[in-house]
Design a protein around this ligand. Sequence first.
Ligand SMILES: Cc1cc2nc3c(=O)[nH]c(=O)nc-3n(C[C@H](O)[C@H](O)[C@H](O)COP(=O)(O)O)c2cc1C
Length: 279
Amino acid sequence: MTDSSRRRALLEARYGQQATPENIIWNEQIETLLAHRSVRAFTDEPLPEGALETVVAAAQSASTSSNLHQWSLVSVSDPETKAELARLTHGAKFAGFDFVAQAPSVLLWVADMSRSHEISVEKGGDPVVTDYLDSFLMSSVDAALAAQNGLVAAEAIGLGGVYLGSLRNHAKELADLIGLPAYAYVVFGMAIGTPDPHRPSAVHPRPAQDVVLHRERYRTRPTKEWIEDYEIAFKDFRTEYGLRDKTWSHSVVMGMGLEYMDGRENLRRTLEQRGYLLR
Ligand SMILES: Cc1cc2nc3c(=O)[nH]c(=O)nc-3n(C[C@H](O)[C@H](O)[C@H](O)COP(=O)(O)O)c2cc1C
């Protein structure tokens, strides 16, 4: 495949038949980003030597609010702990097989104010900032930026992975399982490993750029102006990969309903118990 046909294929996979930008400034890094797909089926191979350290170096290279480094990573490869994580995420519910237990490694990305809290107390400061909603957001954003850099690095070295927001369904049990200190919680997990070539995943289409990109000012658009085109891309994707027929709007309705919470409605209480007062 030539560079230009590979790049064209990436754009078509990302946007389907919707309008695609013609002026992408391509290079290898951009190709890796545009080729992202969540991976939920792995071979039995452990992570290659140096992979974890590469992911962490990339994660630590993300920007971090006020240079406070308020995130941590707990890397789990012990089968018993992974089985417990699979139970907490209901991993099997998403893929029909337990990809969380099967992944060679599950990374738990932690929003972690514990180090700054301790340093502040030890040095005679008054860490009141931890009581505010903004510090919850700040540490969660730090963890998310680190995680995304880590996932991109994993993909760049031939690994694949998927975020596990479902780990927040049982935030308290999870914190106990891995012995988290106060002022820390797991924002999400991430199953990573070598993608199983016999069960490949595909690039999921996104809405056209003009749905998410606003120039100069936010422009409120009626949903009906764009949703049909995205529904077509969504349907084409599901048909091509033999997935059950359903609309994207249906997924939105399901994702916005109470049933989706599945334990996450307790998150505020767990966070408060862990020292996040969310004022
Ligand atoms: C914060 C976050 C949490 C997620 N949690 C889960 C999860 O618990 N289980 C799962 O199977 N996928 C999870 N995903 C993956 C999304 O379902 C996936 O990114 C989305 O369907 C788009 O597919 P793609 O990543 O292949 O482009 C999560 C993604 C993000 C960003």
